[in-house]
Design a protein around this ligand. Structure first.
Ligand SMILES: [Zn+2]
Ligand SMILES: [Zn+2]
Length: 241
């Protein structure tokens, strides 16, 4: 009789909380969010990639292990790790999470962050805290939540590392996506400050955000954290552009 119990329980759970793939709607086992077929369409970033910003290289590695962008514009963060491209299904999911208020996607997206945390670059030194990239208060009010903070909290639950809301955004950099790289960087300069009464001194911190595009935001955040006394600053994102 005993082996029957878990299946009864899972059937009841499925009836109460039917699990469907968040992308295609196919039925899933309890607790699942993305089916195998949809998962297999995700574009994973495989080596060779830039050791600083994880940008994949086409074909053979030419020269060093850094991409031209990291060579030309040195980054304040030690590395930014992402295991997936922000394309197709994953881009849609991030979009729905961020702009359509589908907060339940947080758990799934945090899984991709957790996967990236297993990267060699993340192992040493041990992480003292996750620092979410802050949203400007105007956008926070519009959206109701900060996606980076929600993801960092999801990650903290799975990894026993605390979240430290160390940064604050000073300027509203709302229309970044339409601007070119140079203007984006100029706009972001001095966009962040340390939050009062929060210290990162002598801490190994990891910035958390949904997507890395040019790396300009993470660069500015990392710079602020280093000025604030952090021992090291790395970054992790669900995906990269
Ligand atoms: Zn699916
Ligand atoms: Zn790079």
């Amino acid at each position: 009789m005993i082996p029957v119990l878990p299946s009864i329980l899972s059937t009841i759970l499925e009836l109460v909380y039917p699990s469907k793939c968040v992308n295609c709607g196919r039925s899933l086992g309890p607790g699942g969010q993305l089916c195998f077929t949809c998962r297999s369409t995700l574009l994973r970033i495989n080596p060779p990639f830039c050791s600083i910003c994880s940008r994949p290289f086409d074909g053979e590695i030419q020269g060093g292990l850094q991409c031209p962008n990291c060579d030309d514009f040195p980054k304040a963060f030690d590395c930014a790790v992402a295991y997936y491209r922000a394309q197709g299904v994953l881009r849609d999911l991030i979009h729905r999470f961020k702009y359509s208020g589908e907060f339940n996607l947080r758990r799934l997206l945090a899984e991709f962050l957790l996967e990236a945390l297993k990267d060699e670059r993340m192992r040493k030194p041990p992480i003292d805290a996750f620092v979410p990239v802050p949203l400007h208060s105007v956008r926070f009010r519009e959206r109701g939540f900060n996606q980076a903070e929600a993801l960092a909290e999801g990650l903290a639950k799975k990894s026993d590392v605390p979240v430290l809301k160390a940064l604050q955004r000073k300027l509203n950099t709302a229309t970044q996506t339409r601007l070119d790289r140079k203007v984006r960087i100029q706009n972001l300069r001095n966009a962040f400050r340390m939050r009062d009464l929060v210290s990162v001194e002598d801490k190994h911190v990891v910035l958390v955000d949904d997507v890395l595009t040019t790396g300009a935001t993470l660069h500015e955040c990392a710079q602020t954290l280093y000025v604030g006394g952090a021992s090291s600053v790395r970054a992790v994102t669900v995906a990269r552009g």
